[in-house]
Design a binder for this molecule. Sequence first.
Ligand SMILES: Nc1ncnc2c1ncn2[C@@H]1O[C@H](COP(=O)(O)OP(=O)(O)O)[C@@H](O)[C@H]1O
Ligand SMILES: [Mg+2]
Length: 335
Amino acid sequence: MSPFQHFPDAMIVTDAALRITAWNAAAERLYERTAAEACGHDLDAVIEPDPTVGATATLRTLVDARAELAQRTPSGRRLWVDCAVGAYGEGRLIVARDVTARHDAEARVQEYQRRLRDLAAELTLAEERQRRELAADLHDHLGQALAMLRLKLMRLKGDAVFCGLDADLEGMQTLLGQAIRYTRSLTFEISPPVLHELGLAPALEWLAEHLDAKQGLTVRLRAEAPVDPLPEAMRVLLFKSVRELLTNVVKHANAKTATIETTLESGALVIAVADDGVGFDPTTHLHPRGDAGTFGLFSILERVRALGGRLEIDARPGAGSRVRLVVPRPAGVGP
Ligand SMILES: Nc1ncnc2c1ncn2[C@@H]1O[C@H](COP(=O)(O)OP(=O)(O)O)[C@@H](O)[C@H]1O
Ligand SMILES: [Mg+2]
């Protein structure tokens, strides 16, 4: 009988040739073989790896170590087992604990997280589609109507019937001009047409100029690598992320200048947004505080993850900040 017979974990002892010499009651339950069936046999013949899981270590290769191994029982039950192996006499002592339930729960959580991430990306894309429709409507209807009005007003100016109303007509024309400019800039702000018509790089250029003119923040754009063409989802998610990062610079950084830098690094597209402002501590600001509901950086993180990429934040209080979006370039796309 195994000296470990009543231990709660599966305890297995082998000789120098890795033949099983002791097999306790917990091992019988876990691996569905009696001590009589296991003892005297080769370790790997009794405890089989799960063939459906990609290459994991086998018990034979594990010495003075601990690992979670995918294994299969004679009835075909699939297990994840936490195995610790140590030298014991001439052979080895193996302590094995079933962690399948925890493993499966973790896999479910991961799958759930992946789906939430996809949902977040899909929501961003749906929002952009709606904004685009709204922008097109504004342009096609209100914008066109205002332009027509201005044209008609111009014709009236030379008309004898309106003689003496020149100053009024002039005033109306000025107002119409303002309304047209406002509609145009609103259309761009809701959904910049350059993003959809020309691509990410021209849209970033527009964003830089727009922030300069509107917020007084000097934004330099350094395009070290050509980024376009990109699939629509990538274009939209990256543009929205950069816009959010620059909004943060305007809102929080108290910076004079910001830079947007696009580079290619071993197959990945990298967009870095840096500022020379007050900086911050990313460890406390990346994850939303339940009550405060700040989701900016968090949603950027989820967007780049949905694209299979990652977010790198290099920021310290008093030392400015630099945020890098690193996303794999889709195969077959790009110059
Ligand atoms: N460029 C920046 N400079 C200084 N602080 C920043 C910068 N970007 C983010 N932060 C800090 O990180 C916090 C979280 O940012 P974010 O998730 O976008 O939320 P929000 O902008 O809604 O506050 C901000 O409240 C701010 O304190
Ligand atoms: Mg923000």
